[in-house]
Design a protein around this ligand. Structure first.
Ligand code: PDD
Length: 277
């Protein structure tokens, strides 16, 4: 496979990362995961906007314009003759320099991106998935798509060990999001999700879901809900670039209603399919 390293194309096998790299040593960097359907990016502009927002927030100079990076990413698909469903992983760190907490001077950011096949999670989308709840112990700047994912990794592992797909995070009793997705409940035909504050990642798919809801005249409330509200909800679903619009049918071993994906979730899934096609 061909990858982007710095601002050039190269073979993946020829990539060598220095021992002292700020992404490795400090998690001092940011990333994006962008969905590809049949060889085309989905929500590329939204991901580019968020990447540059993250870079600005942690003061990394990417040393490339949004337009140039977009052009490189499009070319990456061409070079890999990508025609299937997949994803791009893109990472930028503050660069390679002797270990020191202080920012290095005159050190260029390290940027790389690669494509991988990733089939749609069709069976899960059809039947729904199980989740657990666990406290949100992350920092105050979750809107930055930072490489520091230890709390997310631990939460996801806890889900896995309970035979679940995702972990729903809550700060105090309020639900924020999941370890790698945004979360929603439906009550009396209306959607509720945490507002886009610094407590959650502003999901690109979340942005689309708000639009789908508006198009379908389904009220969409950016209003945080209590953990307990999940169990009284008519429907629960989550969203991300890899999970799409994913029905949640069980939380902490308790069924949501009849344990089947709900009607509004299905409508949003349909809207997503049309949008992403
Ligand atoms: N995660 N919240 C968190 C904490 C996330 O890590 C993600 C995405 C989302 C959804 O964002 P989007 O709709 O833009 O994909 C919400 C990616 C997929 C990952 O880390 O693999």
């Amino acid at each position: 496979p061909i990858v982007i390293a710095q601002q050039n194309f190269t073979h993946q096998d020829s990539l060598h990362y220095p021992f002292e790299e700020r992404g490795l040593q400090f998690g001092d960097g940011i990333y994006e995961v962008i969905r590809i359907y049949k060889g085309n990016y989905y929500l590329l502009k939204e991901h580019m906007d968020r990447l540059f927002c993250s870079a600005e927030a942690i003061k990394i100079d990417l040393n490339i314009t949004k337009e140039e990076l977009t052009r490189l990413l499009l070319k990456l698909l061409e070079k890999n003759k990508m025609t299937t469903d997949g994803k791009v992983y893109l990472q930028a760190t503050r660069g390679s320099a002797p270990r020191d907490h202080v920012f290095p001077v005159d050190t260029p950011a390290n940027l790389y991106a690669y494509v991988q096949d990733l089939p749609r999670p069709s069976e899960k989308l059809k039947n729904g998935i199980c989740t657990i709840t666990t406290p949100d112990v992350r920092w105050e700047n979750c809107y930055i798509k930072s490489l520091n994912l230890l709390p997310n990794v631990l939460a996801k592992q806890e889900a896995k060990e309970n035979n679940c797909y995702e972990a729903i995070l809550h700060r105090g009793e309020l639900v924020t999001e999941c370890s790698s997705s945004n979360i929603y409940i439906v009550k009396n035909g209306e959607i509720y999700t945490h507002p886009t504050t610094n407590r959650i990642l502003h999901g690109c798919v979340r942005m689309r879901i708000e639009k789908f809801a508006n198009d379908l005249s389904i009220p969409f409330h950016e209003q945080a809900f209590y953990k307990e509200a999940i169990f009284q909800a008519d429907e629960v679903f989550l969203s991300s670039s890899t999970s799409e619009v994913m029905p949640v049918v069980r939380v902490n071993n308790q069924h949501i209603q009849d344990g089947k994906p709900g009607a509004i979730t299905r409508k949003l899934q349909k809207a997503y399919e049309l949008d992403a096609a």
